[in-house]
Design a protein around this ligand. Structure first.
Ligand code: ATP
Ligand code: MG
Length: 368
């Protein structure tokens, strides 16, 4: 079975479908777009496609969101000697390195617009131009892209070119959220434990009850979160048996919060508005501090006994209003726009929750 089942663990129906698509598409040179929530295993899928493609070259990965926009062009396309200060010799880029192999463009949704045009040209002509060079260099690459964002939304807002999207969305593969394939959890845990056995032979043992508890949890961070929970389990329960209650109380760190703790958590969240503001800037959406998706509340009552719904929703409102005000430098109309609220509604809410505008000495007072 060409190692696919060892690389991507899981025999649930949605994962069998993902593997069927990988096996179908891998041998061709078709461009593949891997989509899925954060931590679902998109990078693993890219590796599996390359392994099964039998292409002789390397798998070359580029994370478009991790490389500053001004460096990304030369990273991808290479540069000629003297192209810019510091370019003391000619250097080939990742397209050339991937020749005969697979180029994996991770977080393609974060690629700057100016480079999107160049990528489109490379895909259409199968040639590239190094930065500072006039010659067309032939490149033989197979492209796999990944994103956890909704690129269609980015097309509407003008951040992603529609023509490029159609060019990369030839064969889409969506990796399902872990919660929708929870039957795979025991096998994934076993495989992760096996691969770490050589470094740690004092591993914990998960009982059936522990597995059952983990299969009920919604896993907003998907397989990456599962890996982290396993790491916690190795530290907390070395060589011990993990029962259902241990998972609930210690591994998923779930207990009914008391009101004082809840208030403290709210203060902690509101005092850390920087990261919330970053999320609303759209950078690294989902990786900095992802807001929970409404579906993540679905299993609430499997883990908690109750929720003060009105209060919880208010807390979310307060955090978002404060973050919007901070981002707009205290400009109420701009904050209202970004929250898609009427200005008067925002003012009412600020009064109700006693939210102050952040003070900014450089800004002239707003007329209200
Ligand atoms: N089916 C699986 N079997 C075993 N390990 C897996 C599986 N899926 C994911 N993993 C592991 O989970 C972690 C996250 O996977 P990966 O980095 O591929 O996710 P991703 O979708 O690319 O995440 P992100 O969107 O954050 O970049 C990795 O350590 C990976 O090895
Ligand atoms: Mg990834």
């Amino acid at each position: 079975m060409s190692g696919l089942d060892e690389l991507i663990v899981g025999q649930s129906a949605p994962m069998r479908e993902v593997k069927r698509l990988i096996e179908l598409a891998a041998p061709s040179t078709t461009t593949i777009l891997v989509q899925g929530e954060t931590g679902t295993g998109k990078e693993l899928v890219a590796r599996a496609i390359h392994n099964l493609s039998k292409r002789k070259g390397k798998l070359v990965s580029v994370n478009c969101s991790a490389i500053p926009a001004e460096l990304l062009e030369s990273e991808l396309f290479g540069h000629e000697k003297g192209a810019f200060t510091g370019a003391d010799k000619t250097r080939s880029g990742r397209f050339e390195m991937a020749s005969g192999g697979t180029l994996f463009l991770d977080e393609i949704g974060d690629m700057p617009l100016s480079l999107q045009a160049k990528l489109l040209r490379a895909l259409e002509n199968r040639t590239i131009q190094r930065v500072g060079g006039g010659n067309e260099v032939e490149v033989d690459f197979r492209l796999v892209c990944a994103t956890h964002q909704n690129i269609e939304g980015d097309i509407e807002s003008g951040k992603f070119r529609a023509d490029l999207f159609y060019r990369i969305n030839v064969f889409p593969i969506t990796v399902p959220a872990l919660a929708s394939r929870s039957v795979d959890i025991p096998a994934i845990l076993t495989s992760m434990l096996r691969s770490e056995k050589k470094d740690n032979n004092n591993q914990p043992v998960f009982t059936d009850g522990a597995h059952a508890e983990m299969m009920r949890y919604p896993w907003p961070g998907n397989v990456r979160e599962l890996r982290n929970v396993l790491e916690r389990a190795c530290l907390l329960f070395p060589g011990r048996q993990i029962e259902q209650a241990d998972v609930k109380n210690n591994l998923l760190r779930i207990k009914v919060p008391d009101p004082i703790e809840e208030q403290e958590a709210l203060w902690a969240a509101t005092s850390n508005l920087d990261s919330v503001a970053k999320v609303s800037e759209g950078k690294n959406r989902g990786s900095e501090m992802p807001l929970p998706h409404p579906s993540h509340y679905q299993d609430w009552f499997s883990f908690f006994d109750d929720i003060d719904l009105r209060r919880h929703l208010q807390d979310v409102e307060i955090v978002l209003i404060e973050a919007a005000l901070l981002k707009s430098d205290g400009m109420i109309s701009a904050a209202a726009d970004s929250l898609k609220l009427r200005r008067t509604t925002l003012i009412e809410k600020m009064k109700k929750f006693m939210i102050e505008k952040p003070i900014n000495a450089n800004r002239p007072p707003e007329i209200e």
